[in-house]
Design a protein around this ligand. Structure first.
Ligand SMILES: Cc1cc2nc3c(=O)[nH]c(=O)nc-3n(C[C@H](O)[C@H](O)[C@H](O)COP(=O)(O)OP(=O)(O)OC[C@H]3O[C@@H](n4cnc5c(N)ncnc54)[C@H](O)[C@@H]3O)c2cc1C
Length: 495
């Protein structure tokens, strides 16, 4: 069944009754994930109407909070938003309750856990991991990395060509870039173990430039040691729901899978398979496709996407994640303490992946309740298990967790597992790619009345989704004059 969500009007008044979505809108948005919802929200603010078409029965895409039978929540997909992401400004604009945390975590290097120290104080944190010589080497590397990142950021923002030094970093892999500095082993391991969970792929698969862009989250900068990160208290789904609450009635269709997009001289025609059985034709003046690159090939485009755009799409790859949520008896919590301190979040660089204790992110403070430990298995750790039956995944993950915190296994009460072979984008160096290359820029350029957006056109995070949504909103607002024309021939529209 086609689901039309009853949502509040822009004025924030009482919910209005469900309205049948129009079959014509100035802007048609394909996908109601964070990108599509950000775009619709921004266009609404500018007084431009849009229609969101979402294939799934729910909105939010890769933002999805799940609720257990006892009311505890966990994130099936994305966890945290980082400070410099424009997502954080939107979260604040929507007045959502946020929990704030420091950028860094406890970390396990060469089999030894270094508990987090310092409440954000750089030198205390570093002293908990490195000796003096290692610390000095890290800080020298940090200065170089931050300078390069700052130049990259400035050039990307301004749309100016990369300097020869930055351009060269598109052609070597990040691991090689680190090796060139002959850093002490522990420092380079720290960089690897910090980076890989973010990108869901190994550090030697991406360009040095893309690696620097990612490491920004953890570098010491004039603004502080790494970027704070945020969760929405009660679940990240409140973010996408908060954006959707500002849509007008009838602005969103769920169970509406777009199968074909045609551009005409004066508009666009979008074919939708509704409820897996009925085709509908929607017309508009512009269309924005926000689906991830790995499923773009499921949509027919007429005229076809440019050869460069297809090359960009086909040479972007997706890294893998597996998420395992263990419900653990509350009395087990001393097992993940070192000297009385909870060592979670822990980047473990083991088959247990990165381990979060998400119990503290619950809205209510019901005690004692099962602890919810979320394991985010990335890259090789995800690939090693993702094709196994979930029983085996659960056993292997429990064993990996027990290796870190001996005895915990007997306290595990249940597990829920989510598998994402195609989780977030990366740009493989072996195919000559970088997120900053000419092909990436080409994919971000409109083709006539068609825009392609989404996190996979930008980076490996929700930040990319919001950046794409905001950028395309700006570009459409600049072209608002073209939105007034109507598609001439209804017959053509029905084809
Ligand atoms: C396990 C996991 C952990 C993550 N952790 C983090 C994190 O901690 N921090 C962070 O910043 N980011 C994280 N991310 C990334 C983050 O979730 C994404 O960057 C973001 O949610 C992408 O939003 P989007 O709207 O671009 O894409 P999506 O959320 O994928 O939305 C695209 C939408 O398009 C719909 N769609 C697809 N095909 C069609 C079609 N033909 N017709 C109509 N609709 C269609 C889909 O159903 C979907 O709803 C994580 C991702 C995963 C998978």
């Amino acid at each position: 069944m086609l689901v039309v969500l009853a949502i509040q009007s822009c004025s924030g008044g009482n919910p209005e009754p469900p309205t049948t979505p129009s079959r014509d809108a100035p802007v048609v948005i394909v996908g109601a994930g964070l990108t599509g919802l950000t775009l619709a929200y921004e266009l609404n603010k500018a007084g431009i109407n849009s229609l969101l078409l979402e294939a799934a029965p729910r909105l939010g895409g890769r933002v999805q909070t799940i609720t257990f039978a006892d009311g505890a929540t966990a994130e099936a997909h994305m966890e945290e938003f980082f400070e410099r992401s424009p997502a954080v400004a939107l979260l604040r604009e929507l007045n959502l309750p946020l929990s704030e945390d420091v950028a860094h975590s406890s970390v396990r290097l060469d089999g030894r856990i270094h508990p987090y120290q310092g409440e954000g104080a750089r030198d205390t944190y570093l002293a908990g991991i490195f000796n003096e010589e290692e610390r000095a080497a890290f800080l020298r590397w940090n200065t170089k990395a931050w300078n390069l990142y700052s130049q990259l950021h400035a050039s990307h923002e301004a749309g100016t060509p990369l300097t020869p030094e930055l351009d060269a970093l598109m052609h070597i892999n990040f691991a090689e870039f680190i090796a060139r500095d002959e850093l002490p082993h522990k420092v380079s391991e720290w960089i690897r173990v910090t980076l890989e969970p973010e990108i869901a792929i190994e550090w030697d698969k991406i360009s040095a430039l893309d690696g620097l862009d990612e490491m920004r989250l953890f570098l010491d900068s004039p603004e502080g040691f790494g970027e704070k990160n945020y969760h929405v208290l009660g679940g990240n789904t409140l973010f996408t729901e908060g954006l959707a609450a500002h849509l007008r009635p009838g602005q969103l269709m769920t169970q509406a899978r777009v199968t074909a997009i045609e551009q005409t001289d004066s508009g666009v025609k979008v074919r939708v398979l509704q409820d897996d059985r009925q085709f509908l034709d929607i017309t508009g003046r512009m269309v924005v496709v926000t689906v991830p690159v790995n499923v773009l090939g499921r949509i027919q485009f007429s005229p076809s996407l440019s050869r460069e755009k297809w090359r960009a799409i086909q040479t972007t790859r997706m890294g893998s994640y597996v998420k395992v949520h263990f419900r653990v008896a509350p009395e087990a919590s001393p097992l993940w303490e070192v000297n009385g301190e909870n060592v979670l979040t822990l980047l473990s660089d083991s088959p247990a992946g990165s381990i979060y204790d998400v119990t503290d992110l619950q809205e209510d403070e019901q005690e004692p309740r099962d602890r919810v430990l979320t394991l985010l298995l990335h890259a090789r750790f995800a690939r090693d298990v993702m094709n196994l039956p979930v029983d085996e995944m659960r056993e292997k993950s429990a064993e990996a967790l027990d290796n870190l915190f001996p005895g915990i296994r007997q306290h595990i009460r249940s597990a829920e597992i989510f598998v994402y072979p195609q989780a977030v984008a990366y740009w493989p160096l072996e195919l000559g790619r970088s997120r900053f290359d000419a092909l990436a820029n080409e994919l971000r350029r409109p083709q006539g009345r068609l825009y392609i957006g989404g996190d996979t056109t930008e980076n490996s995070h929700s930040e990319g989704a919001v950046i794409a949504g905001l950028r395309i909103a700006r570009q459409i607002i600049e072209r608002r004059g073209e939105l007034r024309e109507r598609v001439d021939s209804p017959r053509a529209a029905a084809r």
